[in-house]
Design a protein around this ligand. Structure first.
Ligand code: NAP
Length: 202
């Protein structure tokens, strides 16, 4: 698969490293344009490239990894989604310092808000609940495999993202659709930021 990313910060780069290591291609994008990503692309190596946001977002699977206050701007004016898949890794923080402050979503789930800003996209929520330092540390912890949660309303892309997560070595746990499962894993939800580990069987 050739994945696009909107955003090329900590989360997108952590995802890109794993995706490239498992044989995928990744096209990174960010506001400052593709030329600003030359160093990152060289560092990531074979299979990595950079493009405009419009081009990266025109691929079949696109990771959204921008700060919450920038989500609306990042999704504005992109090519029609027409069923292409938006992997929502965002969390609805509007402030990080001196303390974390969550956005008021008016009772909506964060990925439902994202889906509303990307009409026609099949949204799968994933990679938002794992702190990037742990993602970079890798799937193994104390002899078990770390869990990454997935929520979505469309079976094929949700299954595909689960298989991608498993191929990275993590355990993919499906929590249900965006409205219910998404709320469990988004920042402020009961499963947000938890470093759960599956030890398999005896
Ligand atoms: N860090 C974590 O541990 C973690 C874990 C899970 C989920 N998350 C969530 O994932 C999202 C990304 O976090 P991060 O830590 O990767 O952030 P980050 O390191 O600050 O990177 C943000 C990226 O978004 C890009 N960006 C901002 N506005 C944009 C726009 N309008 N169009 C295109 N690109 C834009 C920035 O590019 P420019 O520099 O060009 O503006 C930058 O590459 C956030 O919603 C965060 O809550 C974070």
């Amino acid at each position: 698969m050739k994945f696009g990313t909107i955003g090329a910060g900590a989360v997108a780069l952590a995802f890109a490293r794993e995706a490239l290591a498992t044989g995928h291609e990744v096209v990174l994008s960010r506001r400052r344009g593709p030329d600003s990503l030359a160093g990152k692309v060289a560092e990531l190596g074979h299979g990595a490239s950079a493009a405009t946001v419009e081009k990266a977002a025109n691929l079949d699977y696109v990771l959204l990894a921008v700060p919450w206050p920038n989500v609306e701007d990042a999704l504005r004016g992109l090519p029609a989604w027409n069923g292409r898949v938006l992997i929502d890794a965002t969390n609805p923080f509007i402030e990080y310092s001196p303390k974390l402050v969550l956005a008021d979503l008016g009772g909506k789930g964060a990925s439902e808000v994202v889906a509303g800003l990307a009409p026609g996209a099949r949204v799968v929520k994933a990679f938002n609940s794992i702190v990037t330092a742990r993602f970079n540390e890798g799937p193994m912890k104390n002899g078990g495999r770390r869990v990454i949660f997935v929520s979505g309303d469309h079976q094929d892309p949700t299954d595909f993202i689960k298989s991608v997560i498993e191929s990275f070595g993590f355990v993919a746990v499906y929590l249900g659709g965006l409205a219910s499962g998404g709320r469990l894993q988004q920042a402020g939800g009961p499963l947000a930021g938890r470093d759960l580990v599956d030890f398999g069987t005896l």
